[in-house]
Design a protein around this ligand. Structure first.
Ligand code: PLP
Length: 470
């Protein structure tokens, strides 16, 4: 009886989802929830007897999924959006429905084969050779930490761990520092290298920091470069950093959670020149590869570096042993039981083809360029960081306002846009300036979406100008 009810609920949900998605895209990019609604949610509790499934499905759609920032909305431009493709969604629900254990070849041979072949293809895009490998993981944070564990274990051991030093930039993502802390590198062993005016790691300062640490008897073990920083989309000078890492025997990791996808763009892949020299790369599927959440990759130049860190074989897993050409996913990362996260990306790439994916990624570059172009037509808008990858940073900065007033004004502009719901435009800080930021990677966002967004921001700027002037 329960099975029958679930079947009916699946059909009803599929119907509701399609209608809801159309509706949501027509409506706002942000739907805020109030405290009263949160209180109601908190007190739902768990019933003693099971409830009617259709009621629960409706409750999920109406009271839970309806709220929050819609990171997959064509005018959601905050953080890094998550414009999940329908193809990924299909791959995700199919993978969940079949619930394959993809931790080992023995349990899920065909799924493991497809995941590994896709990893191989992605490694080739990075310029990696046959000894490379990698794994699908839950996100960029996990990918970064997985790579940093491999780096630690390659260069340091239990005796020298306390001497290990890692190098990041002032634009590195917080997940890198978090990962380092978790794997036993305290904050006083993390050097933050300053960036230049284009927010790229200054390689001269990196070299100086490494030499100082060596002179102090410490052991530089990892440099974390970023390909596509979260704030501005800047790409660190990968070739220069790689040369320094090679000279001093340091592991080079590239956090490409956001920007590594540019490797799949025929037009712009040259921007990531040198990425193949890194020892490891993080790459999010759930950002610029249009995947549902929980899909990312960690790639390594030498697969053995992951196996060294993650292979364990207690007596109850001995039946799952396989050779390295059929490496078990559980031997390449933290998880034992894991879903075949790569299948949704495989389905997406099969459906779009590599050319379709290339074009979808390139659209983001165009969107950011349109936003910048519209801003340049308007008075008093300062472009703080020009369109890079799909990100542009700017602020309204008329000469008659003080820095504090500008700060307040731009914050108010963002807040009003979010309340209005037309577009999700949030703030960040660059060189001490409060700026507005647009990151536009949705393949369905149109030129008028971005131009209108800028026009509305400009209207708010004019409207609030006098109010903030003291
Ligand atoms: N690295 C960069 C550059 C990012 O932009 C992000 C997320 O925005 C991450 C790492 C963390 O990735 P995730 O949120 O998938 O864990």
């Amino acid at each position: 009886e329960l099975d029958q009810k679930v079947e009916e609920a699946i059909e009803a949900f599929t119907f509701r989802f399609r209608a809801d998605k159309r509706d949501r895209n027509a409506r706002s990019a942000v739907n805020e929830i109030d405290e009263h609604q949160i209180e109601q949610l908190k007190h739902r509790g768990i019933p003693n007897k099971g409830r009617a499934i259709q009621d629960i499905v409706n409750e999920l759609v109406d009271d839970i999924f309806a709220y929050g920032v819609r990171t997959d909305h064509p005018r959601f431009f905050g953080f890094i959006p998550g414009p999940a493709s329908r193809l990924s969604w299909l791959g995700d629900i199919m993978t969940s429905a079949y619930n394959i254990h993809a931790g080992s070849w023995a349990n899920g041979p065909a799924a493991s084969c497809i995941e590994q072949e896709l990893i191989h293809w992605l490694c080739q895009q990075a310029g990696y050779g046959d000894s490379s490998g990698g794994l699908f993981v839950s996100g960029g944070s996990m990918a970064n930490m997985t790579a940093l564990i491999a780096a630690r274990d390659k260069v340091l051991d239990e005796r020298t761990l306390h001497l290990g030093v890692a190098y990041v930039s002032d634009q590195s993502h917080s997940s890198v520092m978090k990962g380092l802390r978790i794997i036993g590198i305290p904050s006083h062993r993390i050097r933050t290298v300053a960036t230049d005016t284009s927010f790229r790691m200054d390689s001269l300062l990196l070299r100086t920091a490494i030499e100082q640490d060596l002179a102090a008897g410490l052991i530089p073990f990892a440099v974390i470069a970023t390909a596509g920083t979260t704030n501005t989309g800047s790409i660190d000078p990968l070739r220069q950093i790689a040369a320094i890492c090679q000279e001093y025997g340091i592991w080079m990791h590239v956090d490409g959670a956001y920007g590594a996808s540019v490797m799949l763009s025929l037009k712009y892949r040259h921007l990531l020149d040198g990425i193949g020299q890194a020892d490891s790369i993080s790459w999010d599927g759930h950002k610029w590869l249009f995947q549902t959440y929980g899909c990312a990759m960690v790639l390594v130049k030498d697969k053995m570096d992951l196996i060294r860190s993650f292979h364990v074989r207690p007596e109850y897993l001995k039946d799952l042993e396989s050779d390295h050409s059929h490496a078990n996913a559980m031997d390449l990362g933290v998880e034992l039981t894991r879903p075949a996260r790569g299948l949704r990306l495989w389905l997406t790439l099969q459906g779009l083809g590599s050319l379709g994916m290339s074009e979808a990624i390139e659209h983001g570059f165009q969107l950011a360029a349109w936003a910048e172009d519209e801003l340049r037509k308007k008075k008093y808008w300062e472009i703080v960081s020009p369109a890079q990858l799909a990100i542009v940073n700017f602020r309204y900065a008329p000469a008659d306002l003080s820095e504090d007033e500008r700060h307040e004004l731009n914050q108010r502009i963002s807040k009003s846009m979010i309340e209005n719901g037309y577009a999700g435009v949030f703030t960040t800080e660059l060189h001490g300036k409060k700026v507005l930021r647009i990151c536009a990677i949705h393949p369905e966002t149109t030129e008028s979406d971005v131009r209108n967004t800028v026009r509305i921001l400009n209207q708010y700027a004019l409207e609030f100008h006098d109010a903030v002037k003291r």
